[in-house]
Design a binder for this molecule. Structure first.
Ligand code: TRH
Length: 383
């Protein structure tokens, strides 16, 4: 039987989560499932930030066996749709392409890949069919999630082995820091990565890190949180390669890293501040405590999602550590009365949170990952 041909469409609305997830999914379907994958992306410039091998000027190129195409209003109109068409995050395929899908025999399996949420309604939507209003086509929702009744999470088959080898190797970590930060963390410092949106709680946290008692080595990738760091430091010149020292805090600005190096950053740190969707999941695979800055939505809808995740995540966590984690996350997300996330309490809870993060990773690793579940689901519809 020929390897099924998949089309994945991704529109970069803002930020990097949509393309981060789509690129990860495309690579995994190619590498682990032997599928022929075309990835259509409307913003190759943003894509190239997390995948520097990409040449944004090319209409068509191949990376890691995946065909990458610049998706323009004209580009896919002449293409014959694949056996499976994945519409990532409601990106709208366009009438011309939908028409070709309807004309194709057999018709493609059409997947609407959803955003990740820990809310329980997701289980009711997962795999639900939705007829096209005009054409003889049906799409299916596919919902990532944390429970067995959802589509699971993106997780490569070899990630635990690669991560464990890196975390066990001091020389590999030192080489990593030297390459990307130009310096190694001071002996005994707590290593933290900081990826966030603009955050009113940031100055207070940076001040807490600068005033001890624990030395903190913080890596900030270039991006939205850096403006807040500059403002706090009173130094507008901070850029990739800068090293800032204030009291017990050493802060390094690292460039926006290649996907694989961003994983290494998370693995090398004792605590990771992450945001959105994809970095949030990657931090869970690091087996280290995390602080999530959730993507803000209208009418505070994101706070419901935050709570839904917390409810799942804290199961089995000691009561004190749970209380600390909740108040820290709530204040980091502007959902607490205070703008000061309780840093001393979080620091004290880190050993318990680290043990918990390892157990959480073990539990999720035992579940089938999203790429496998999606491939199996589509295969069942292709028969
Ligand atoms: O960039 P984000 O804020 O993306 C968000 C979310 O996906 C959100 O759900 C969506 O609605 C919104 O965009 C439009 O955060 P996220 O999801 O963590 O994506 C960041 C990607 O960037 C992820 O794939 C990791 C990658 N990354 C790197 O490759 N290198 C880096 O140095 C950093 C900081 C991130």
């Amino acid at each position: 039987m020929h390897a099924a041909h998949w089309d994945i469409f991704c529109s970069v609305v803002d930020n990097f989560g949509d393309i981060g997830v789509s690129w990860r999914l495309a690579r995994q379907l190619r590498k682990e499932h032997g599928l022929r994958v075309r990835l259509w992306v409307d913003d190759p410039v943003s894509f190239a930030l997390l995948e520097p091998r990409l040449q944004p000027g090319l209409a068509h190129q191949t990376l890691e066996g995946v065909d990458i195409l610049h998706w323009t209003p004209a580009a896919p109109a002449g293409a014959v749709p694949g056996d499976v068409v994945v519409e990532a995050f409601g990106c709208a395929l366009g009438e011309a392409f939908e028409q070709r899908m309807a004309e194709r025999q057999p018709r493609p399996v059409w997947i609407n890949l959803d955003y990740l949420s820990a809310e329980s309604w997701v289980e009711g939507v997962h795999k639900l069919g939705s007829p096209h209003p005009r054409l003889p086509l049906q799409s299916h929702f596919f919902s990532p999630g944390f429970t067995p009744a959802t589509g699971g999470l993106l997780r490569e088959a070899d990630i635990a082995a690669v991560r464990d080898a890196f975390q066990a190797s001091a020389p590999a970590q030192t080489a990593f820091w030297q390459q990307h930060a130009g310096t190694a963390p001071p002996e005994g410092a707590l290593k933290v990565s900081l990826f966030a949106y603009e955050n009113a709680a940031l100055p207070g946290l940076l001040s807490a890190w600068a005033s001890g008692p624990q030395a903190v080595f913080c890596a900030v990738p270039v991006g939205r949180a850096l403006a807040g760091v500059k403002h706090w430091a009173g130094d507008e010149s901070l850029a990739a390669g800068s090293i800032l020292r204030r009291g017990t805090l050493t802060l390094v600005v690292v460039p926006f890293l290649h996907h694989a190096d961003y994983d290494r950053l998370l693995w090398a740190c004792d605590l990771n501040f992450v945001r959105g969707e994809d970095s949030f999941v990657r931090a869970q695979w690091a087996r280290r405590p995390l602080v999530w800055h959730i993507y803000p939505q209208r009418e505070a809808a994101h706070l419901v999602k935050l709570e839904a995740f917390l409810q799942r995540y804290v199961v089995g966590l000691e009561a004190d550590a749970e209380q600390t984690l909740r108040s820290f996350w709530q204040s980091w997300n502007g959902a607490a009365d205070t703008l000061a996330p309780p840093w001393p309490a979080l620091l004290a809870a880190l050993p318990a949170l680290t043990r918990h993060a390892a157990g959480w990773d073990d539990r999720l690793a035992a579940r089938p990952d999203l790429a496998r579940q999606l491939a199996d689901f589509c295969n069942s519809l292709l028969k």
